[in-house]
Design a protein. Structure first.
Length: 260
C-alpha cells in the first residue's frame, strides 16, 4: 500500500481540524458478514498529525488521526474537492485486522460499512454546476508513455503498485507517479493537490506510465527550482489545466454522526 501523505496544514485547511485534547474511549467490535474486518478497534485520537491514508501490512490496517471526511474520501474514491460534508470535528484511530486474501478494494468496502453502521453515514451523488479545472491536451504531441505491460514503481522508497497512482510528497519535491494508470486517475490526484475539481477532458482511454516532479516543500538553494503542478503536467505529460464552469459529479454527505 502506498502512503501519500499530504502536509498536515493542507488537511487542516480542508477539514477545519483542531488539535484539542479529547476523551479517549474505545469502541471494539467483531463485525459479521462475508466481507467485513475480522476485528476492529476505533478510538478517538489524541492530538497527532493527520494520516491521509491507512497503513496496511499483512492482515493489519492502522489508520490514526483520521477525520470522517478522509474515511469517506478513501473508501468511496472521491477527490476531496468533489466531496461536500459537514463532519464532526473528532479524529479517530482505527486498528483493524482482516483475512489474508483481502484486497484493497475489500478494505474500502469494509470502511464503507463502518461509516454506515457506526457513523450513520448517508450520502448521494448529484451533478452540480461549479467551477472546475479541465485537464486537456496542450496541443503538442502527447508525451504520455504507454506500454504493453506495466511494472510497479519505486519512487524514493515509496512502493507504487501497478494501476495505482501516488502523490508522493518529500521534503524537497512532490512526485505524481504511477504505472498503468488512466488520465482520470491523474485528474483525481491532481484535484487533491490543487483543492479544486479536475475533469478529464482528453478523451484518452489508455493506461500510462507517469512520473511528474513538481514544486513542494523547502528546496535547497543549490537545487534547481521545480515547476508548479500545472506547468509540470504540461512539460512532462503534454497536459494542460484550464479553468472552466459547468456540471461536475459531486458526492454529498447528507448525514454523519460522531462515533456510535
Amino acid at each position: 500500500m502506498t502512503l501519500r501523505s499530504l502536509a498536515q496544514a493542507l488537511i487542516i485547511g480542508v477539514f477545519g481540524l483542531t488539535g484539542c485534547q479529547r476523551q479517549r474511549s474505545a469502541v471494539h467490535f467483531r463485525p459479521t458478514g462475508s466481507n467485513k474486518f475480522t476485528d476492529v478497534t476505533i478510538v478517538p485520537s489524541a492530538p497527532q498529525p493527520v494520516e491521509r491514508l491507512p497503513r496496511i501490512a499483512g492482515n493489519k490496517m492502522l489508520w490514526h488521526g483520521v477525520p470522517v471526511g478522509l474515511m469517506v474520501h478513501y473508501a468511496f474514491d472521491v477527490p476531496l474537492a468533489r466531496l461536500i460534508i459537514h463532519q464532526p470535528p473528532e479524529l479517530y484511530d482505527i486498528d483493524a485486522s482482516f483475512n489474508s486474501s483481502t484486497t484493497e478494494d475489500d478494505i474500502k468496502e469494509m470502511i464503507r460499512s463502518l461509516l454506515i453502521t457506526h457513523f450513520a453515514l448517508r450520502s448521494h451523488r448529484e451533478t452540480r454546476d461549479t467551477e472546475f479545472l479541465n485537464l486537456g491536451s496542450s496541443g503538442a504531441k502527447s508525451k504520455l508513455k504507454t506500454a504493453v505491460t506495466f511494472a510497479p514503481l519505486d519512487i524514493r522508497g515509496e512502493k507504487i503498485q501497478t494501476n495505482e497512482i501516488c502523490d508522493c510528497r518529500f521534503a524537497d519535491e512532490g512526485r505524481v507517479a504511477g504505472s498503468g494508470v488512466t488520465v482520470q486517475q491523474i485528474a483525481d490526484v491532481v484535484s487533491d493537490i490543487v483543492s479544486r475539481p479536475v475533469v478529464d477532458g482528453t478523451g484518452l482511454t489508455g493506461r500510462y506510465v507517469v512520473d511528474v516532479p513538481y514544486a513542494y516543500g523547502a528546496k535547497p538553494a543549490t537545487s534547481p527550482a521545480l515547476p508548479t503542478i500545472d506547468i509540470a503536467l504540461q512539460k512532462t505529460l503534454g497536459l494542460r489545466l484550464e479553468g472552466d464552469f459547468g456540471p461536475v459529479d459531486m458526492m454529498i454527505v447528507d448525514h454523519v454522526e460522531r462515533l456510535q
